[in-house]
Design a protein around this ligand. Structure first.
Ligand SMILES: C[S@@+](CC[C@H](N)C(=O)[O-])C[C@H]1O[C@@H](n2cnc3c(N)ncnc32)[C@H](O)[C@@H]1O
Length: 359
């Protein structure tokens, strides 16, 4: 099924999204995807099938080359050949359209954020030898420091994060009882796409968006576009120092995986400190499956290691990290995508509930 322009792509294509990411790392397929995205071929074909000659004249490209690149990408499931020389987008190709929420265009096309990631990844050997993030070795500062300092890099990163937020929201919204919690604090919520989507879907909920100052200052248009600005407080700060008090649910979406255990534990423990009785934490992360099973988490884990010194974790690693931070892991709920929701409660709360049930 083809998503309409207003529908989040991730809702239809959680698995294809992971497949596109996989092919974006292949050295012929990735430049081919980049070229057809950057040149506008994806968007030209989006409304319906077009011949290679039509596409070439709409994008000022060479028809013979367009035909050959699209024939190749049709063999990779991005286009489908519908006539002698005509092509349409597949569900996977839809992910690269510029006009869909959750678009993967910003991962496909060259930009400062992606180019730096590529350069760091070329130095994987440094990380392999030292265990340290190659990003800092190559650029002399951490990725988050660079994002804070460099507005161009920040703009690319935020465009990527907003699209990512749409995919996360589409995957997790149906998977959890969000409206059992009156106030949700999105810790490291970026410019607010995930939180705004939650609040839009659950009109009884209120939100607190928490991130670094230069990040949350870009949140207003996102909250307004979702019609939730009146129900969402925006708070700037540093989650290594403290997070806002008073939430019923603390959401940490793709936060812990950016950090090593010591720093991830500080963030979680700061959430525990801010919680009131009955509050919960919902950690949204990929959980690495055991054994040789292929899973997107195993590939992203290397990018996290090289760029941030972070890591994807298995369920047992999460259980240990939670316990070290004063949190009992109560449920691991799979979502529609490759993410899970790991629900936790402060360890004291867990033991008093257990004590009450044993009494
Ligand atoms: C990988 S992004 C996740 C964004 C969002 N939660 C999502 O799932 O799309 C990590 C977020 O952590 C934020 N962050 C990094 N360091 C932080 C800090 N010290 N205090 C607060 N937020 C921070 C970044 O600005 C970024 O928005």
């Amino acid at each position: 099924m083809r998503p309409g322009p207003e529908e989040p792509v991730g809702a239809h294509a959680a698995v294809p999204a992971a497949e596109v990411l996989a092919t974006l790392t292949d050295y012929i397929t990735r430049p081919a995807l980049e070229a057809v995205t950057a040149l506008g071929i994806i968007d030209v074909v989006a409304p319906g099938p077009r011949t290679a000659e039509d596409i070439a004249s709409a994008t000022r490209a060479n028809a013979a080359a367009v035909y050959r690149v699209l024939r190749y990408l049709a063999s990779k499931g991005v286009f489908t050949q519908v006539g002698d020389r005509a092509f349409a987008l597949t569900e996977v190709g839809e992910l690269l359209r510029s006009d869909v929420p959750g678009s993967m265009r910003y991962i496909a096309i060259r930009n400062e954020s992606r180019d730096r990631g590529d350069l760091a990844m070329r130095e994987l050997r440094y990380t392999l030898e030292t265990g340290l993030p190659a990003y800092e070795h190559v650029f002399g500062e951490s990725l988050f420091a660079a994002i804070q300092r460099d507005p161009e890099l920040r703009a690319d990163w935020h465009a990527q994060m907003r699209a990512h937020g749409h995919r996360v929201a589409a995957a997790i919204l149906p998977s959890f009882e969000w409206d059992e919690f009156a106030t949700v604090v999105d810790v490291g919520g970026n410019t607010g796409v995930v939180l705004a989507s939650l609040l839009k879907a659950h009109p009884s909920m209120r939100g607190i968006l928490f991130d670094l100052p230069e990040v949350v200052e870009e949140a207003a248009p996102v909250l307004e576009a979702h019609g939730v600005a009146g129900r969402c407080e925006v708070v700037a700060g540093d989650f290594f120092a403290a997070v806002p008090d008073g939430g019923d649910l603390y959401v940490l979406s793709q936060i812990l995986h950016d950090w090593d255990d010591a720093r991830a534990s500080t963030i979680l423990a700061n959430c525990v400190r801010a919680m009131k009785p009955g509050s919960r934490v919902a950690v949204i992360e990929q959980v690495v499956p055991p054994g040789d099973l292929p899973h997107p988490s195993k590939r992203i884990d290397l990018a996290l290691m090289v760029n941030f010194g972070g890591q994807e974790r298995s369920e047992s690693e999460f259980r240990v990290l939670f316990a070290q931070s004063g949190v009992e892991l109560s449920r691991v709920i799979p979502s529609a995508g490759s993410w899970s929701i790991l629900e936790g409660m402060p360890l004291d709360a867990g033991s008093s509930i257990l004590a009450a049930s044993l009494a």
